[in-house]
Write a protein that binds this ligand. Sequence first.
Ligand SMILES: [Zn+2]
Length: 126
Amino acid sequence: MKEKDYNHIAAIEKAIAEKYGGETVQNPKANWDEEKEKEYLQQMKEFYDKNQKNSATQDKINVNGIKVSKKLLNRESLKTCSVCNSLSRKAKDDVYLMKFECCWKCFERYVDGREERWLKGWRPNN
Ligand SMILES: [Zn+2]
């Protein structure tokens, strides 16, 4: 088995221990029989299935190459373009959002070469 798999099982064991009490994951020799092993494997399977399901149903959005759950994105801290309301998706957008409160597309369209007008508060919506 790969090291990663061992780590994964350790994480599952920890979660099961937290849910069902430490006895479940004690040294098998100490307090173990076929019945318990079956139960343990079943719990492990359920836990794993649940985890799989959760990660599959969770809405993820790709932001700057990083998968972020929609929940996180709903936070106020997230920047959107003040002109077209699009979400910052690229590092390039972040730069223009910080500087001009608009994405790079809107920058090219409305700001580039007319920075002064923009900085004075002109917006295409007004
Ligand atoms: Zn925009």
